[in-house]
Design a protein around this ligand. Structure first.
Ligand code: ACM
Length: 274
């Protein structure tokens, strides 16, 4: 299976440009089986950053309301069309309107359907003013013979989130992000990949957003990790970056790390006060 990330810097508030940009990126690829033109330079799955359709630095709730989209909706329909042309699925972040709430969601579409929606559980800082926390928790989905779990950015600081996915059998964690704390996310995701023996696709944005006297700089350095934390691909701090690597998801199935140690078999849940 060929998995990758698309690191870029979404334009604040310009949903159509951001969606079109991800669609064009996908249309330049093809799935590992080749696309409709028979090209076979492709990927099976690309992960884009958190809030990739909208940008991140909202100052007021009314701004979020303006760019929030439904699932299915404009972004999923356009990206589904691009996924069909390229035979490659995409996980991307978007502000999702559902009922009277807006969530910071990671949405997974392939060429024929919305495969999964994950609503960010652990909201970071001022996100708490603008988004409702996800209530459904963490679920594993099957895709082309692999088991995938979705998280969004700050979830990386809560080891229970990745553990919950790994205990349900997740082999690849897809992690759209807008990381702002220097090095934390790149480091913690390696640790999560080590402690759960899973593949990890961290897709982080880069650049600085300046709005209303506030500024946030995003740390780039998207990365793909093998079970055990080996860095398979790593983007620079700044600049657009599309990187893809061939992996065998079954490499995440064994949790053995020493002759007499299995990371999951050796757990002592009865002694953990969670
Ligand atoms: C973050 O959760 N976007 C830091």
């Amino acid at each position: 299976m060929r998995i990758g990330f698309y690191q870029f810097a979404p334009i604040f508030g310009d949903t159509s440009k951001n969606v079109e940009r991800m669609a064009k990126m996908l249309e330049g690829l093809s799935g590992s089986q080749g696309n409709s033109q028979g090209k076979a330079n492709g990927a099976d799955l690309i992960v884009a950053p958190e809030l990739a359709t909208s940008g991140y630095l909202f100052l007021e709730k009314s701004e979020v309301e303006k760019v929030a989209d439904t699932v299915p909706g404009y972004a999923t329909e356009r990206l589904q069309e691009a996924a069909a042309k390229s035979n490659c699925g995409i996980v991307f972040g978007m502000p999702e309107r559902k009922g009277d709430k807006i969530y910071n969601s990671a949405v997974f579409v392939d060429g024929s359907r919305v495969v999964a929606v994950y609503r960010k559980v652990h909201l970071f800082d001022k996100e708490k003013l603008f988004f409702a926390p996800g209530e459904e928790g963490f679920e594993v989905v099957e895709y082309r013979g692999a088991k995938l779990g979705l998280l969004v950015c700050f979830d990386h600081m809560f080891p229970e989130a990745a553990r919950t996915l790994a205990l349900q059998g997740a082999e690849i964690i897809c992690h759209p992000s807008n990381l702002v704390l220097p090095e934390y996310g790149q480091l913690t995701t390696r640790v999560r990949s080590i402690e759960n023996k899973v593949f990890w696709i961290l897709s982080n944005r880069y650049g600085t957003e300046n709005r209303g006297g506030r500024a946030l700089t995003y740390t780039g350095v998207s990365q793909i990790l093998a079970p055990g934390g080996k860095v398979l691909k790593k983007a620079p701090e700044k600049g657009d970056s599309l990187m893809i690597v061939d992996v065998s998801p079954e490499d995440a199935r064994s949790k053995r790390i020493a002759e007499m140690n299995d990371l999951f078999g050796d757990r002592k849940p009865e002694l953990y006060r969670l």
